[in-house]
Design a protein around this ligand. Structure first.
Ligand code: ZN
Length: 228
């Protein structure tokens, strides 16, 4: 290289270094990542009242096969004899939250102390089996209207999770797979973020049957599956 070109070469290299450094930082900062997350259609499958041996096992099989992560709000008393199922939930990447220890309304809501003890005992079972302290909570019997108790639970460090869509498997004793799919689709409507209430307690065989069709429907409709 001739001597007179050396200053130009130095300037050119310096310019490249400058662009590589600050140019990259600028484009990274300008990426609209948050906007994408807010507009993405998302569905949270949430299962209450388990674990049960057959139903929860079959639901975990389907979720595993479909590569979908879900959230389970468990009943502490139902974990005895089913510790392996709870361990499997955690191992397969699902979220586990507190629902209740007994699921007996008169006991849970007898007093504030009773409510907090019901939660603490269930949390202890989850922690004992999975090694992880739960931070999610769902009120039994539609407690989303219990504003005062909600503040109490939140003060314990829990995030209270309600729902905005349901599949009718908890209320209708004779819910069929067809009615469950239809109710889930209808109550979800065209919400961007769907939190679907389902049940995996014993006797919810119709939910097991409906689950692959619910997943197929929302996947087809462009929803991403999320766990809390
Ligand atoms: Zn329940």
């Amino acid at each position: 290289m001739q001597k007179k070109y050396i200053p130009f070469a130095v300037f050119f290299v310096a310019l490249l270094v400058f662009l590589a450094h600050f140019g990259t930082r600028y484009t990274t900062a300008a990426k609209p990542a948050v906007v994408f997350a807010d507009t993405e259609k998302q569905i949270y499958l949430t299962f209450d009242d388990g674990p049960s041996t057959k139903v929860t096992g079959a639901i975990l099989d389907t979720l595993n096969k479909e590569n979908v992560k879900a959230t389970f709000f468990v009943v502490g008393d139902r974990v005895y004899g089913r510790r392996e199922i709870l361990r499997r939930m955690a191992k397969e990447g699902h979220s586990i939250g507190v629902h209740s220890t007994t699921h007996i309304a008169s006991q849970i809501y007898a007093s504030d102390e009773a409510l907090l003890k019901d939660i603490a005992d269930c949390a202890a079972v989850i922690r004992d089996v999975t090694g992880v302290s739960p931070t999610l909570y769902r009120f039994p019997y539609g407690g989303e209207k219990r504003a005062r108790q909600k503040s109490l639970v939140e003060a314990q460090g829990y995030t209270v999770i309600s729902w905005n869509a349901e599949c009718g498997d908890g209320v209708a004793k004779n819910a069929t797979a067809e009615s469950i799919v239809e109710t889930a689709v209808r109550t979800a409507g065209n919400k961007t973020r769907v939190v679907l209430l389902m049940h995996d307690g014993a006797g919810h065989g119709a939910t097991v049957e409906a689950l692959p069709r619910i997943i197929a429907h929302f996947r087809e409709a462009g929803y991403a599956f999320r766990a809390f």
